[in-house]
Design a protein around this ligand. Structure first.
Ligand SMILES: CC(=O)SCCNC(=O)CCNC(=O)[C@H](O)C(C)(C)COP(=O)(O)OP(=O)(O)OC[C@H]1O[C@@H](n2cnc3c(N)ncnc32)[C@H](O)[C@@H]1OP(=O)(O)O
Ligand SMILES: N[C@@H](CCO)C(=O)O
Length: 387
């Protein structure tokens, strides 16, 4: 079936937006997309959260997003979850209205470091604050308010699952169901160190200039290296020789002394250099930093799961958690721990382990593996196995 052409919409917040760390942003713009009609009662909404470098464009074909400069590349034009969103699909646009927004600090239309600061019209650059997942969730609650939508289903893969969890803990009365895919309640120490290395790779590029590079060359080498480090955790490394094409080729522009001898090296160089053309380094470090700093226990004044999950428990939000057996970004043991925390808080949860050779990115590369449990929880409103 031919994909519908869709357009990104924009919300310009009327007032200022205060972040948890005390920073205040004026004239915040949120880029979002909406698929499927809202019912007159506005009670059929799925709020979908994208992954680290994804965007608001989850479904259909969108060749252009105003304000993204040269970053909106052909690989962005097709929605990142096209195979499970649409008429009759698990995220059924005949029945549901799906909303997905780009993150604050991002580079696909929502206000971010490259946006003009209202104080002087120049790009924020280094002046753009750190953003937390809790801020992202609150901003999306404001987006829902502006659309007159009260209650929603939540679905988030990867870093999107962290924001969905923050939303469920901050606004439990607004949530009908919660779906977490290859995600958890915090980043492991292993992944926090990887995110630190990714930020360091950008920092060490002389073109980064503390984040104030918009008048000169962008730190593309640092961003490419950051992506290579990150991508290593998004693939199933044991399967990478099969995933990469056999040849060793192409000039990446990243190396001077070394000549790649392995297909996995040239694959990674390709991933990094291509990515650096479609993403902004400042946006990357804002989202990587947000991911590294997240721990749902920080939502509770006493730092405990019990308090953080109390509203979630009281609201009885049915939950669906997916783990991917080859995920080395959010390892399966982390989801088991997450599910154990939900169960000990007496939250009804259904747990699935997806068997895949694609690693963490499985949710992007083979979404159909996740389809049936998602279809069912959205249709029935309760998990299959309750504790
Ligand atoms: C499909 C999407 O979701 S993209 C749009 C939205 N984006 C997002 O949501 C962000 C997240 N997306 C992603 O991280 C990625 O797009 C993924 C993981 C989903 C898919 O990654 P891909 O790079 O498309 O897939 P894969 O790992 O198979 O790599 C294929 C690429 O590596 C190249 N490649 C493969 N082997 C080699 C090699 N030996 N040497 C050099 N390059 C190689 C291929 O030519 C291909 O290049 P191309 O993308 O320029 O056509
Ligand atoms: N490959 C995905 C996974 C990380 O969430 C991305 O870049 O968004």
């Amino acid at each position: 079936m031919q994909l519908p052409t869709v357009q990104t919409r924009f919300l310009d917040l009327p007032g200022s937006f205060s972040l948890r760390n005390g920073a205040v942003l004026d004239k915040v713009r949120v880029a979002y997309e909406q698929y499927g009609a809202l019912t007159p009662e506005k009670d059929n909404v799925i709020l979908l959260f994208h992954a680290l470098s994804g965007s608001q464009h989850a479904y259909g074909y969108n060749p252009e997003v105003p304000g993204t400069g040269s970053l909106w590349k052909p690989e962005n034009h097709e929605g990142w979850w096209n195979s499970i969103i649409g008429p009759g699909k698990p995220l059924d646009t005949d029945r549901f209205c799906i909303i997905c927004a780009n993150y604050l600090g991002g580079c696909y239309g929502t206000t971010g470091p490259a946006s003009p600061s209202p104080t002087d019209g120049l790009p924020y650059g280094s002046r753009f604050p750190h953003v937390e997942a809790a801020d992202q969730a609150r901003l999306q609650a404001l987006l829902l308010d502006s659309l007159g939508i009260e209650r929603i289903h939540l679905a988030g893969p990867s870093v999107g699952g962290l924001i969905a969890l923050s939303f469920a803990c901050q606004f439990p009365e607004r949530v009908r169901s919660f779906i977490s895919i290859g995600s958890g309640y915090r980043a492991s120490i292993e992944h926090r160190l990887s995110l630190f290395e990714q930020i360091l790779a950008i920092e060490l590029d002389p073109d980064f200039r503390g984040g104030d590079y918009y008048q000169g060359p962008a730190p593309k080498k640092g961003l490419a290296f950051a992506r290579i480090i990150g991508h290593k955790s998004f693939v199933y490394q044991e399967g990478l020789e099969q995933r990469a094409r056999k040849e060793v080729g192409g000039k990446s522009g990243l190396l001077t002394w070394m000549t790649p001898t392995r297909s996995t090296q040239s694959y990674m160089l390709h991933q990094g250099t291509k990515f650096a053309e479609r993403f902004d380094a400042n946006a990357y470090i804002r989202i990587a930093d947000m991911w590294a700093e997240f721990d749902i226990r920080d939502h509770a004044p006493d730092g405990t799961f019990k308090t953080a999950l109390e509203g979630f428990r009281r609201a009885g939000i049915p939950s669906l958690v997916f783990s991917i057996d080859t995920d080395c970004c959010f390892r399966p043991a982390e989801q088991q721990d997450f599910v154990a925390q939900l169960e000990s808080a007496r939250i009804p949860v259904e747990f699935h382990t997806i068997v895949s050779t694609k690693g963490h990115d499985s949710f992007l590369l083979e979404p159909e593996l996740y389809a049936e449990p998602i279809r069912r929880i959205l249709a029935e409103g309760h998990p299959e196995h309750t504790p």
